[in-house]
Design a protein around this ligand. Structure first.
Ligand SMILES: [Zn+2]
Length: 330
């Protein structure tokens, strides 16, 4: 999001409803502003992207309520996600060409989306960061949105811009979200049940871990008021029965540190500091990089387990093979 933070940025920002709901509430921290890392939230800074409020362009629902209802054989999770498909209507480019831009779920952090662009010169798919788990990929490729006009196969794309952050040999084996969450729970179960647990996190993308821990241990997760505020306006997220549903995440959070032994502090809060001094604190840092490379953070005393990320090589190959692309741009 570099560039967007510049107050002089005045171009329209086409984004999902969820992104529009949370972006202007994010208070991105900086070193020296009461946070350790720039990708954490700050507690004493102004909302970083507030100046974009009038620049955010939200999509509208597709006619017929979304292509997902016509899917042939998708699993329940993808079905529910695709029912929420939205698009920006007809957009006119500078040369007068008209295109449609459809937002597809990316199975990544809240608000993440892929862009499907259709115009007179063909179709383009821009994935951005995505989590191409097999069940997700199967359901997505079954969507009518990706079928050709004859209805007998997948659409031909002129370009696919493919997120390949983890297309390295080190990530050939890649954990699913569920496996990652199970690994975090495994660490917690392996510790004394009175231990204070600090769940290290970045700006977004750890909500499912919090929800599983909150429901498993029948507790809440402590977050800073700044982080709570990010989720307080989460109404654009449609509730569902999907295990990936985080529409109710705010109900699993608390801003009172003493309410729970599970903390997702942006920086060490006073409770975490005292617990660390009493040697009663474990820190869990879900990290794909650390999972593969084992493990710089472990040397600092973190318990490290794998977390969120974009697809590794096998998924890339399968994805590209099935898309029938003309050209893939990494
Ligand atoms: Zn804390």
């Amino acid at each position: 999001m570099e560039g967007l933070a510049d107050p002089s940025f005045t171009a329209p920002v086409y984004c999902s409803e969820v992104t529009a709901a949370i972006l202007t509430r994010i208070r991105r921290g900086h070193k020296g502003k009461n946070v350790d890392k720039h990708f954490q939230l700050g507690t004493d800074v102004e909302p970083t992207y507030r100046h974009l409020e009038t620049r955010l362009v939200r999509p509208v629902a597709m006619d017929g309520g979304g292509g997902g209802r016509r899917c042939r054989a998708v699993c329940r999770d993808v079905f529910e996600i695709l029912c929420g498909i939205k698009r920006f209507g007809s957009l006119e480019l500078r040369d007068g060409t008209r295109i449609t831009v459809t937002l597809l779920p990316a199975n990544h952090c809240p608000g993440s989306t892929m862009f499907l662009i259709d115009g007179p010169r063909g179709a383009v798919w821009y994935t951005g960061d995505l989590r191409a788990e097999q069940w997700f990929l199967d359901g997505l490729l079954d969507s009518p949105l990706l079928q050709n006009d004859a209805g007998n196969g997948l659409k031909k794309f002129e370009r696919i811009y493919l997120g390949t952050t983890f297309s390295q040999e080190a990530f050939v084996e890649f954990p699913t979200k569920e496996e990652s969450i199970d690994a975090v729970l495994e660490v917690v179960y392996g510790e004394d049940k009175n231990k204070h647990v600090r769940l290290c996190c970045s700006i977004l993308g750890y909500e499912l871990i919090w929800k599983r821990i909150a429901t498993t241990f029948r507790t809440k997760i402590y977050v800073s008021p700044a982080r709570y505020d990010v989720y307080a306006n989460f109404s654009p997220v449609p509730p569902s029965r999907s295990p990936g549903d985080i529409s109710d995440i705010v109900h699993h959070l608390t801003t009172i540190p003493a309410d729970t032994r599970f903390h997702a502090c942006d920086n060490f809060c006073e409770v975490c500091k005292s617990m660390a001094e009493a040697n009663n604190l474990i820190s869990i840092k879900p990290s794909t990089m650390a999972w593969a490379e084992d493990l710089e953070d472990a040397q600092k005393g973190f318990r490290t387990k794998h977390g969120r990320a974009t697809p590794g090589k096998p998924e890339d190959r399968d994805y590209v093979r099935r898309m029938g692309k003309n050209r893939v741009v990494r």
